[in-house]
Design a protein around this ligand. Sequence first.
Ligand code: NAP
Length: 242
Amino acid sequence: MSVPPRVALVTGSSSGIGAAIARALHADGWRVALNGHRDADAGAALAAALPGATYVDADVSAPDDARRLVRETVDAHGRLDAVVNNAGIARRIPHDDLDAVDDAFWDLVMAVNLKGPWNVARAARPHLAAARGQIVMTGSIAGFTAAGSSIPYSVSKAGVLHLTRLLARALGPEIRVNAIAPGYIETPLTREWQPLREHVVAHAPARRLGVPEDVAGAVVGLMGMEYVTGAVLPVDGGLSLL
Ligand code: NAP
């Protein structure tokens, strides 16, 4: 009897890091469920390029949408073995310009980056527990250094890293929960951040920009580490050491 393929839901996989994670998991033999919200065409196009993949347009910050995302994934694939909580937003705002941070941005960045992973984790829990599965969060080194694109973004990512530890403790032994913490990765989100790009190439120990495939490889590796839970893996070419 053939073993059914494991199924991974990757949120925010219509672009950048999430798209690379979806491709890498597919190449590793997973069946992937893709998600995005603002650009449904991009997500649907990637799903069409990965045999067996599906795409669901859903806003992870909305609990009802998160539940529908998980339900449609399980309906399509029959099981759920892993969630990669990757969807996120950012905006460049200098940390000392407090007046440039409006309330709407605070609310949005917390809703998408922090509440989103919570919403999807809660909806996915019974399916992941049944499969003895796992969750991987896309955090950021901004979650543990006094840096990042803006103060609200960095606070949201600090929350993601702590959520990782809290859920790892609460959901074991059935579900493992880990996080990756990217540094500067070249994606549509960061392409214009010129001074930071130059700083990374000049000073980070790896002396180059990160690419989405660097993060995707780390996620696939982390997912295979059966005795690791509650861990945060920086994928930053050493940037957080500066
Ligand atoms: P990106 O290219 O802009 O991709 C972001 C993804 O999130 C897109 O697929 C987007 O889909 C999706 N998304 C945004 N809001 C969503 C929502 N409300 N519901 C569902 N999906 C939503 O950015 P990226 O650089 O790959 O970032 C991916 C993750 O890595 C984020 O969590 C980011 O904070 C984190 N990160 C990135 C870096 C970096 O240097 N790039 C560093 C550290 C951490 P739509 O456009 O279709 O909505």
